[in-house]
Design a protein around this ligand. Structure first.
Ligand code: RP5
Length: 173
């Protein structure tokens, strides 16, 4: 197993994000979501749950998630990436899908598997391999009901703006 992150260290409050993935082999990609949540002090849990290898566990996890107090689920998977969509079908919570690139097809298979959901069952799909954006989107979603978190997101965006201004100035120095 890869070293999946713990969930408690350095974070406070109830666990609000479920960070799940189809295999421990997805973790090198998915850890960027965990890092983003860490940056904003958002508490999360990490689990390997496979749509195809552990379907019962997946359904049970999805059905129980809202009742356990989770607010957002981030689900990463590669190849025939059914996990985000299947979890979205059994929970009323927002689900963010991360297409994990595997060695064949450059992640296009994962992207299309996750993004092409039927009407009625939405998954907010980020770009291939972009688990950081999944973490940041979860922070924004939680920020809707947490003004302090929203302020931190606004500060992060101001930092981004400043960084671009610095790079722009450096180009012309
Ligand atoms: C998917 O199959 C997983 O999300 C992973 O991206 C892919 C390969 O899994 P492993 O064979 O590496 O466990 O379900």
């Amino acid at each position: 197993m890869n070293d999946l992150a713990g969930t408690d260290e350095g974070r406070t409050g109830a666990t609000t994000v479920g960070l799940i993935m189809g295999s421990d082999s997805d973790w090198p990609t998915m850890r960027a979501a965990a890092a983003a949540l860490d940056e904003f002090g958002v508490s999360y849990e990490v689990q390997v749950i496979s749509a195809h290898r552990t379907p019962v566990k997946m359904i049970e996890y999805g059905r129980a998630a809202a009742g356990r107090g989770l607010k957002v689920i981030i689900a990463g998977a590669g190849g025939a990436a059914a996990l985000p969509g299947m979890v979205a079908s059994v929970t009323p919570l927002p689900v963010i899908g991360v297409p994990v690139p595997l060695k064949h097809l450059d992640g296009m298979d994962s992207l299309l598997s996750i993004v092409q959901m039927p009407a009625g069952v939405p998954v907010a799909t980020v770009s291939i391999g972009n688990a950081r954006n999944a973490g940041l989107l979860a922070v924004r979603m939680l920020g809707v009901a947490d003004p302090e978190l929203l302020d931190r997101m606004a500060a992060y965006q101001a930092d981004l703006e400043e960084l671009v201004a610095e790079k722009d100035a450096a180009l012309r120095a």
